[in-house]
Design a protein around this ligand. Structure first.
Ligand code: F0G
Length: 447
């Protein structure tokens, strides 16, 4: 099945279009871009996707991303042709998205005050590089390969760089990663080195690293693989597709993600908008985005905590000047994001406009949690035999808080996305050595 695809500016009053064959992250007026498809998608594809779980030696069926290839067919290939898939689609031997689907976790359910059947958590850490990033990196690299790119570039709090480096090395593409010096988990930094990326250390935070990497990309023509790249977002939509497929395309009441640069918020919203438009889902689940208290720009702006104004997408007439004023206020008062959850230590989320669009479509909400709450959230996931990193601990922590506030009701169905696995074992060790921590399990001396 082939469809026509193109790129389009997200601002409805601008809506400039570009072919798939160009690489840019903004329209010429500076707005983010979407990948768009002409036409609707027939519902019988649901059966085809389900059938591909018995993948019969085909890695594009095995992949939890490319299993849904008709819905993200920006490469405009014949999706049934194995040779076309092999020629165009970038996959790590079918591993991206393969193991991630919703799981019940009874101890987490008890912790958040829910019935164990109503809470599902999807561990995206079980991707080949250990985070959800592989979903979008396989599609971004597919686009890069279509364009004959020789060098990709990104800024990262660690997981993006690990994933970019892994996919780039597999495709023989050079990879430069800009990271905030001393602010990323050692396991993530180790991956960038291990996979042969060139690490460039920035004296500053992720926001500074992103600005520097975009500048470098402009100068050198390197291909940006951060989530402002619309082809990354296409791959990340499959996280939502896997959730919906597991639930037989009957959406839950809530979908909960951590909020960092807000690529996930953007991709989840886009996936839901499309599925709803095509008539694949009849109900729109609400997105709940959880910020760390120490890096809470979305929480602050969305909930009117800065100058009392609640920032909204407003059908595309969003007050970007207000966002800029808040960023200037942050700079002037030296408000820097600070949290132990370095993955989401981000002050100026690059996808904020797309995220606002997602929140508007889903009647979403934004909450914040403390580091301590995230530690407990991470640890209770561990006690269910699943592994996640501190930033992902924001999800159980956030669900618990929203349950306490009564926003999430007792009988609601909730799906939370655990975005990455633990890549700094010292975080877990430190937690468990301190008996004052809620779930601490300190070692005993022998006799
Ligand atoms: N969880 C983990 C484990 C992450 O690594 C990130 C982002 C997020 C959540 C936030 O997701 O940006 O879509 O809102 N990490 C990026 C990186 C920034 O560079 O690895 P988001």
């Amino acid at each position: 099945m082939k469809v026509e695809a193109y790129q389009q500016c997200i601002n409805p009053s601008c809506a400039l279009k570009y072919p798939i064959s160009v690489s840019r992250i903004h329209c010429e007026r500076g707005h983010l871009l979407d990948v768009k498809y002409l036409g609707r998608f027939p519902k019988y594809l649901k059966d085809a996707f389900y059938g591909r779980r018995n993948y019969g030696g085909n890695i594009y069926n095995e992949s939890g991303v490319w299993r849904f290839r008709e819905l993200i067919n920006f490469a405009q290939i014949d999706t049934e042709s194995k040779s076309q898939c092999a020629k165009f689609l970038v996959s790590l031997d079918g591993a991206e998205g393969r193991l991630s689907r919703p799981y019940k976790m009874t101890k987490v359910a008890e912790f958040v005050g829910m019935n164990p059947d109503n809470l599902l958590l999807q561990p995206e850490g079980y991707n080949p590089s250990g985070s959800f990033k592989d979903n979008g990196m396989s599609t971004a690299l597919t686009h890069a390969k279509m364009l004959g790119v020789k060098r990709i570039i990104c800024a990262s709090t660690g997981n993006t760089s690990a994933s970019a480096a892994m996919y780039a090395s597999n495709e023989n593409i050079q990879c430069d990663v800009f990271i905030p010096k001393g602010e990323i988990a050692p396991g993530k930094l180790g991956q960038a080195f291990q996979f042969g990326a060139q690490v460039i250390e920035i004296e500053g935070n992720f926001d500074d690293a992103l600005a520097a990497s975009i500048e470098e990309a402009k100068k050198t023509g390197a291909y940006t693989v951060n989530s402002i790249n619309p082809f990354r977002i296409e791959g990340q939509k499959t996280i939502m597709f896997r959730v919906m497929e597991y639930l037989r395309w009957v959406p839950p009441d809530w979908i909960v993600y951590p909020g960092g640069a807000l690529g996930n918020t953007s991709s989840a919203g886009k996936a839901l908008m499309e599925l709803y438009e095509w008539g694949w889902i009849k109900k729109i689940p609400r997105l709940a985005i959880i910020n760390s208290e120490g890096a809470n720009t979305l929480y602050t702006l969305y909930n009117g905590k800065y100058n009392g104004v609640e920032l909204r997408w407003n059908k595309g007439k969003v007050d970007s000047e207000f966002i800029n004023r808040y960023y200037q206020y942050m700079d002037k008062n030296n408000i820097r994001p600070k949290t132990d959850a370095t993955a989401i230590q981000i002050g100026k989320p690059a996808n904020i406009l797309k995220a606002l669009r997602s929140l508007e479509f889903t009647k979403g909400i934004v909450e914040q949690v403390t580091d301590k709450e995230m530690y407990d959230g991470m640890s209770i996931v561990g006690l269910n035999g699943f592994d996640c990193e501190l930033a992902s601990g924001s999800v159980p922590a956030g669900i618990r808080k929203l349950r306490e506030q009564g926003l999430i009701k007792k009988d609601d169905i909730v799906v939370g996305i655990l975005t990455g696995r633990q890549k700094d074992p010292n975080v877990s060790v430190k937690y468990h050595l301190d008996p004052s921590n809620r779930f601490a399990n300190p070692p005993k001396k022998h006799r």
